[in-house]
Design a protein around this ligand. Sequence first.
Ligand code: B1M
Length: 216
Amino acid sequence: MSDALIARLRQAVIDAEPDDALALVRELLAADVAPTLILDGGLAKAMLILGEMWKSGEVFLPEVMAAAAVFTICNEEIEPVLLASADHKVGAKVLLATVKGDMHDLGKNMVAAMLKMAGFDVIDLGTDVSSAAIIEAVIRETPAVVGLSALLTTTMPEQRSVINALVAAGLRDSVKVLVGGAPATQEWADAIGADAYGQHAPDAVRAVKELVGVLD
Ligand code: B1M
């Protein structure tokens, strides 16, 4: 039953039908379907399908924007349920940002929610964040990890710029850097001197746990 509901949820997101999508999310949560499954198999997969439809000219920017808004509404409905099952506090801070020039935040928000569920304190600086603003936040918040999301091939180099800025500010040894986002790879992470790469949100959580030494 849940597979059919998740397939309907994907379609409702693709069609940008907020009422239908929200009703389906509520139905799935009421049926005790894991919030992470609803996020991954429903919402994230819908955006992936839509990305392909966009590339092939089947849909255009306004449709993608409308679907992204539905994603956000659904994510906000799921997050409290996700947090209700949160692990005990790890006591480590993670600073998250989508890098300068990049407005994509759905994936970063998923990473944020899953890190909170895993017991981390998350400071989310939002989207289009300059390396100067990230450096200021690192000084102010002293996080254990900085997580940088980039969805565009044109903004990926900003991940390298932030690492260079951390080195220039003498902060590189005091904080670990995690990078992610659809175009990023382990090779990219290694090439720019990041400490870890997360392909999907659960990988990001595993990587952060490893970086702070709490991987079970
Ligand atoms: Co944009 N966009 N977009 N877009 N968009 C892509 C990325 C694109 C691949 C679409 C395509 O061509 N098929 C393409 C990039 C091509 C490229 O760079 N080579 C593209 C483009 C071109 C653009 C614009 C330039 C379009 C334009 O204006 N002409 C423009 C750029 C705006 C800007 O940022 N300056 C633009 C705008 C937009 C919207 C505003 C319409 C919207 C964003 C809404 C929002 O985020 N609030 C949007 C969307 C929705 C997409 C697609 C369709 C979906 C992205 C998404 O949210 N996926 C996307 C197609 C695609 O990715 N295949 C596309 C769902 C999300 C859950 O997955 O973000 O990958 P994702 O996150 C995953 C992992 O990547 C990982 O975990 C997440 C969960 O598993 N992850 C991390 C993410 N961050 C992480 C950080 C980590 C670790 C893991 O550690 C810190």
